[in-house]
Each structure stands twice: as C-alpha cells, then as structure tokens.
Design a binder for this molecule. Structure first.
Ligand SMILES: NC(=O)CC[C@H](NC[C@@]1(O)OC[C@@H](O)[C@@H](O)[C@@H]1O)C(=O)O
Length: 267
C-alpha cells in the first residue's frame, strides 16, 4: 500500500509551496545563517580585538535568529557596495549592517521590518573650518560607496567634491591624513570615530524615513516572517531597549521600538 501511495504522490508530504521541512527558511546551509556584515561600523557592526563580530545590529540579529530557532550564525565582512548584491545572489542568507530600507534597495532585496531610525552625520577635523553643510562647498567629502550618504550627498551637496571609499576605515584615514576634508557616515559610527581621533561633527541629517532593516533575498517569505516575529518579540520584551542602551548610551531613543506599555500615547 505504501508503495502505491508513494507512487501516487499522495503520501501526505508537506504542501508543494513551502520549503522542505528540514530547511524552512531556505538557508544556504540548513541550521546555519550566513550574514554579510561590516567590520568597521562601530557600534552597529564591527569586529572586536578578538576578531569577533559584535555591536547593536549583530547582537540584535543573533537574538532574533535565536528566537527563530537558529543559533549557528556566521558573520563575514563585506564592502557595503557589494553587500546587497551578495545577499540577492545567494552568497549570504542576510545582510546586517545598519542598512536603511529604501524602495530603490527593494528592487534588489527584501527587508525585515525596521529596527533602528537615526541620523546621517558629517564629521571633520577641528581645523577644517567646516561648521555646517554650507561649509562643504568646494571641499572634498568622503562617502562609502553604495550608502544613503552617497545618494544624499550626490543630490544635496552639489558644490562638494565627493570622494568614494569602500569602507569607513579608509575614509577616516583619508580625513586624518588630510586627503579629504570630511566624511559622511552614520551618527553612532561618527561618534565612535570622533572619540577615537578627536574629530568633530559638522551636521546631523535625519534618516527616519529609511530605518535600518535586515536585508534578505526576495523569495524567502518564511525567513522574512520568522525575522519579523523575532524582532517584534525582542522589542516587546525589552531586549531591543536593553541593547540600545548598551550600545548607544545617552542617545535619544526612538519610541516606536519600545514595549507598547512604554510608548507615550500617540497624539
Ligand atoms: N553600514 C553602513 O555604512 C550603512 C550606511 C547607511 N545607514 C543608514 C541608516 O540605516 O543607519 C541606521 C539608522 O540611522 C537609519 O535611520 C539610517 O537610514 C545606509 O543604509 O546606507
């Protein structure tokens, strides 16, 4: 009878449209999540003295992956400009690197719900004379290729001379060596570099319309749903808040990611 059932194809297998039971999220290697990330965007994602990836985005993602039932998470550093393509073409299961969700990027990848909304910051040396965005006129401004900062600068800092870098480290060393006058990166990473090199902030530009999300390939609905459920649970039980206060002490905390009971009644 079993042979007949098997032949007839009605042996009760899982519905045709879901991934095989042993790999529900369609991972490259079942049971392991391969993450494309950055090593130099402290405190979002960076490698510590032992070479381990850590930071707010890293720890939040590992928490969410745990809630989705996957504890084997492998991080690999990438240039930001190649990160989304590497996720889209199946080299990685997910991109985790303070990646702002935009319609343009959704042409290449899909995103989880947002988990962090903040500012884009211009940092410079104390002696550059750049005190605000007008001060960028005629100056050399560093941007990391493929970032929202690059797109924003192309559109809005039209009198600055943009210099594209593969990552923050090379851009910051160019600021320190004087080969560029300023660099344009994420607020918390800018703060870390300011502390490390005595640089100063010249402008903070809100990027709340493009909150950071986890970038995944387009055809992974079960994976996306699991990440969103994990994110919602981490926000609701205060894990998100704990990680935010650990990695961004003193920074204003966006309310929308706090437990519902802690959100002030919407006006
Ligand atoms: N890691 C990077 O270099 C990413 C740079 C840049 N991050 C922007 C952003 O996602 O950073 C975290 C939050 O402040 C978001 O509001 C912001 O859009 C981007 O998505 O292009």
């Amino acid at each position: 009878l079993a042979a007949i059932l098997a032949l007839s194809g009605c042996g009760g297998s899982s519905p045709a449209n879901s991934a095989p039971a042993e790999n529900p999220y369609g991972l490259i290697e079942p049971g392991t999540i391969r993450v494309a990330s950055l090593g130099d965007s402290k405190p979002y994602t960076f490698t510590d003295a032992q070479g381990n990836f850590t930071g707010f985005d890293v720890e939040l993602f590992k928490d969410v992956a745990h809630r989705a039932g996957v504890d084997n998470v492998v991080f690999t550093g990438q240039d930001f400009s190649g990160l989304l393509a590497a996720v889209a073409n199946g080299q990685f299961d997910v991109g985790v690197a303070a990646i702002g969700i935009t319609d343009k990027r959704k042409e290449t990848v899909d995103f989880s719900e947002g988990y962090l909304a903040g500012y884009l910051t211009v940092i410079t040396t104390k002696t550059s004379g750049i005190k605000d965005v007008d001060g960028l006129s005629g100056k050399r401004l560093g941007v990391v290729q493929g970032t929202l900062q690059e797109a924003y600068a192309v559109k809005n800092f039209t009198s600055a001379n943009l210099v594209r870098f593969p990552d923050n480290n090379t851009a910051i060393s160019a600021v320190n060596s004087g080969s560029v006058d300023a660099h344009f990166l994420d607020y918390e990473a800018a703060k870390a570099y300011q502390e490390q090199y005595g640089l100063v902030s010249a402008a903070d530009i809100p990027s709340f319309d493009a909150p950071a999300g986890f970038a995944i390939a387009k055809d992974k609905p079960a994976f996306k749903e699991a990440l969103n459920k994990g994110l919602a649970a981490a926000m609701q039980d205060g894990t998100w808040k704990k990680l935010y206060q650990k990695w961004f002490p003193g920074s204003p905390m966006p309310e929308q990611y706090l437990p519902k009971a802690e959100q002030t009644a919407s006006p």
